[in-house]
Write a protein that binds this ligand. Sequence first.
Ligand code: SME
Length: 160
Amino acid sequence: MYTFQIDATAPKSELYAELARAADALTSGEPDAVANMANVAALLWEYLPDVNWTGFYRVVDGELVLGPFQGKAACIRIPFGKGVCGTAAQTGETQLVEDVHAFPGHIACDANSASELVVALKRAGQVIAVIDLDSPSLNRFDAEDAKGVELLAGIIAARI
Ligand code: SME
């Protein structure tokens, strides 16, 4: 069993620093990518307030394929350039979407999702996966969330 002293009500910068430490500790020395993604998805699910999906899509043969996650069963394959995840994978840039219904081509996996944050994980300059966070609230994610998830992505990119 793992227990973490993470205060989900702490200011975002503190919360993400704690999550990064926990993710580092959980994945350090563990070479299994699935185990590491599963634990990080669970960590985000447990400690991030107001989210309804936390997880990974991996780049497999030129498209995104569903990875470990928490939340409702989701679409399995997403082409590069499609939806929020496919856009993050194609551009390598973080996608911060205040209102998914206003995002052209958004792929609705859970009808309750209203806003979304997707961060690319890169190895040797190549996108190898994305972290996807969904929220049932509009405008749930801001630049601090983006920075926090990018920090996390940087830590685990070499371990998945
Ligand atoms: N909404 C995403 C698809 C993945 S689900 O949110 C889990 C998208 O538009 O890429």
